[in-house]
Design a protein around this ligand. Structure first.
Ligand code: ATP
Length: 357
């Protein structure tokens, strides 16, 4: 792997009680506090309309801030022009100039700043090497694949050597396979460059795999901030429990008190609600000590190779809690089992969650 050691200064990004009310009075951001450490990769994730793009655009300076402070590298930038914030943004549509070569696309911003050609060439060549675009520098964007265009868009951000990278759903125009490949590339690149990054996506898998620090947003507010696996293990709210993880966590009201006291692993913290991940169930007739067992009728089966998802309906008196976004119909439980197994549709089975504390 190539080494790349730009001389850009490091920076942390701090959002202090940030608010946004759009003209007309709609409050899109309702007081957000986030601290992104120097060199960290922060992902803002949440459903459509939760305000993640608005928040990113405020950091970029593309939207005014109507309350609170945005601090980049120890400087409050609320009143600072986008061009003077020392950030570089990568957009989902790449925004490449179609008539310019790859080299000139990457050089464009630097030329605008009046940088010397020798310095421009050295920065573009270096970024092209890191991104494996060297053989394509003379091509036009239309002569590139989607993934290569995405890398040019990244290159344009890298050559600026900014304090902070901002990504606005950069992979959403790519097909599923390329998305995964680019996701890995972006993570490797960020590790190598070690530049503070804020990345917006509505894709929870992308969020889980990229983030050092994950910010789950809903309705203009932060639901939970933290390490992605910690959030997966201990979602703070039912919204987070149902949004992070696919298929989502099974949520049930904890009518039997003994279950609630015994089975806390993977449980959502909202009062009276128990959460169990599909992978924490097994099909068994046993009721494990300290665990929970449920009778289910198999309604549907999804076999996806390495794993099988069993959709079962529960007894009437054990209804699921009211639906939150991304949730399943009431009464349905999803169980993940190995791909080699599959009960019959209509079968009566018992499942148990073994994970208990
Ligand atoms: P998506 O994933 O669909 O892009 P998002 O989480 O990025 O969603 P935003 O684009 O930040 O959401 O929008 C947040 C809310 O603010 C939405 O309800 C949206 O309708 C509203 N909004 C966005 N831009 C404006 C605007 N210029 N004027 C008024 N309301 C706006």
């Amino acid at each position: 792997p190539t080494r790349y050691s730009p001389v850009h200064p490091m920076a942390n990004v701090t959002l202090r009680n940030v608010r946004k009310t759009y003209l007309g009075g709609f409050e899109a951001i309702k007081g957000v506090n986030v601290d992104v450490g120097d060199g960290q990769f922060c992902v803002l994730v949440g459903p459509s309309g939760c305000g993640k793009s608005t928040l990113l655009r405020m950091v970029a300076g593309l939207e005014t801030v109507t309350g609170g402070e945005i601090d980049i590298g120890g400087r409050v930038v609320n009143q600072v022009e986008p061009a003077d914030r020392d950030i570089a943004m990568v957009f989902q549509n790449y925004a490449l100039y179609p008539h310019m070569s790859v080299f000139n696309n990457m050089a464009y911003g630097l030329r605008n700043r009046g940088m010397k050609e020798t310095e421009i060439k050295s920065r573009v060549d270096e970024a092209a090497r890191v991104l494996e675009l060297t053989p394509m520098l003379e091509r036009k964007p239309r002569q590139l694949s989607g993934g290569q265009r995405q890398r040019v868009a990244m290159g344009r951000a890298i050559v600026r050597q900014p304090k902070v990278f901002l990504f606005d759903e950069p992979l959403s125009n790519l097909d599923a396979k390329l998305r995964i490949a680019m996701r890995v590339e972006i993570r490797k690149l960020q590790r190598r460059l070690n530049t503070t990054s804020i990345y917006v996506t509505h894709d929870q898998l992308e969020a889980m795999t990229l983030a050092d620090i994950l910010v789950v947003m809903n309705g203009g507010q932060v639901e939970q901030v933290g390490n992605p696996l910690a959030i997966y293990e201990k979602p703070a709210t039912t919204f987070v429990a149902s949004f992070i993880g696919a298929p989502p966590m099974n949520l049930m009201s904890t009518r039997p008190e003994e279950i609630r006291s015994q089975l806390t692993g993977g449980a959502a913290a909202d009062a009276g609600i128990l959460g169990i991940r599909p992978e924490d169930f097994v099909i068994t007739d046993q009721t494990p000590a300290g665990g929970v067992a449920l009778p289910l009728t198999v309604e549907a089966i999804e076999r996806v190779g390495a794993e099988t998802f069993v959709y079962g309906s529960r007894e009437q008196e054990e209804q699921r809690v009211a639906a939150t976004p991304g949730e399943l119909p009431p009464g349905e439980i999803i169980v993940r089992i190995p791909g080699t197994e599959a009960p019959a549709i209509g079968a009566k089975i018992r499942v148990a969650a073994l994970r208990a504390k």
